[in-house]
Design a protein around this ligand. Structure first.
Ligand SMILES: [Zn+2]
Length: 366
């Protein structure tokens, strides 16, 4: 494949692959930005957490919610790819959507997916602007991978497409076919994701002198570009880079289709998922070293900047600047609390419009 060589380029000093260096920027305020698509944040999330959410929601609601998740992800990916293509006053989009450019753009988008840990895409059949048949090996989460492929195909070719897919044990095949030129944006208002202010931070990463990627990133993330799998070296678990806005759009889509209780369900699912992933030894460590250090990983993952976490007699109080999602973070922190304190307790949290989240948990029930 033509981008195989590009994929193999790594920083001579720290070993970080080329694509994350070109397309991502780790900031000192706990955020990670998608370069070229101004304002779009990305984050690293455990792929099993995403699978737990889609499976857990299906279980609780009583029928498979895959189609709703695919639709949410399709819309979000369309919009991000479109933002990306519009960068450079449309010059890039002109080239990218041209006869020569679009196969290359397709390659780049698929290549970015590989470094994002989304799996290994294999193009089975491609007719420019008309159809694409794609097999993705080791997908990070089937409904999201289908939505990603669908939305990016539509945006790159500026078409509205229909999709069919079938998932096997280790791969998913996606078939996309153009139904009309131009993207039909259904109900664009539903896209409105609240953007909160961004607070400056002083994380002060120790960065690689050559490529600028924080050493904390290269020491905690391992990229297997041949398989399109990203693993966290600390936890040993698989992770994927996702667009923060697409997570919010997904929640919005799921809530509007399935009901207002969805955010609470997602929070509960993440609470249980996180609590189960913490072994008793780690729980002991957190109990003695404090919660603050246990939340440090959020920054490298682009989930926010934990500036405060203190616990006194079971009363935990946390502040996170630039939170990527209140619902996700509340679920995750409640999970840590459950694993460490052994009780669920009562939790209140809110996101301040100035750009930070406060959360407090106490062992006493209301
Ligand atoms: Zn480097």
């Amino acid at each position: 494949m033509r981008h195989a060589r590009v994929m193999a380029i790594r920083c001579r000093d720290c070993g970080a692959p080329l694509y994350p260096r070109i397309f991502r920027q780790w900031n000192d305020d706990g955020t990670v930005a998608a370069r070229f698509a101004a304002g779009n944040r990305v984050c690293h999330i455990e792929s099993d957490a995403l699978v737990a959410i889609t499976d857990g929601l299906s279980e609780r609601i009583g029928y498979p919610i895959d189609r709703v998740a695919i639709e949410g992800q399709r819309k979000a990916t369309r919009r991000l790819t479109d933002d990306f293509m519009s960068a450079g006053h449309g010059v890039f989009s002109h080239i990218a959507r041209s006869r020569v450019g679009s196969p290359l753009t397709t390659d780049i988008v698929l290549g970015v997916g590989r470094t994002a840990g989304h799996g290994l895409p294999e193009v089975l059949e491609y007719h420019r602007g008309e159809s694409l048949r794609l097999e993705i090996h080791d997908p990070y989460c089937v409904p999201l991978v289908v939505g990603d492929a669908w939305g990016s195909f539509e945006s790159i070719h500026n078409v509205t497409a229909e999709a069919a897919w079938s998932a096997g044990p280790d791969s998913v095949t996606v078939e996309l076919k153009k139904v009309r030129d131009g993207m039909v944006w259904e109900d664009p208002l539903r896209f409105q994701v609240e953007r909160i202010a961004r607070l400056p931070g002083d994380v002060r990463y120790d960065r690689c002198g050559r490529c600028g990627i924080p050493k904390e990133v290269t020491s905690s993330i391992s990229w297997d570009l041949d398989r399109g799998v990203v693993t966290n070296k600390v936890t040993g678990r698989r992770e994927a880079t996702v667009i923060v806005e697409s997570m919010s759009a997904l929640l919005l889509e799921l809530s509007s289709e399935l009901g207002d209780e969805v955010p609470f369900m997602v929070q509960d699912i993440l609470k249980d998922y996180t609590a189960e992933s913490i072994d008793p030894e780690t729980a002991m460590e957190i109990r003695s070293a404090g919660y603050r250090r246990a939340l440090d990983h959020l920054r490298v993952r682009g989930m926010g900047n934990p500036v405060k976490a203190s616990c006194y007699k079971g009363d935990l109080s946390v502040r996170i600047d630039n939170p990527f999602s209140g619902i996700f973070l509340a679920g995750m922190i409640r999970g840590v609390y459950l694993a460490v304190e052994g009780v669920e307790g009562r939790c209140d949290w809110a996101i301040h419009p100035d750009g930070y989240m406060v959360l407090s948990t106490s062992p006493r029930h209301a």
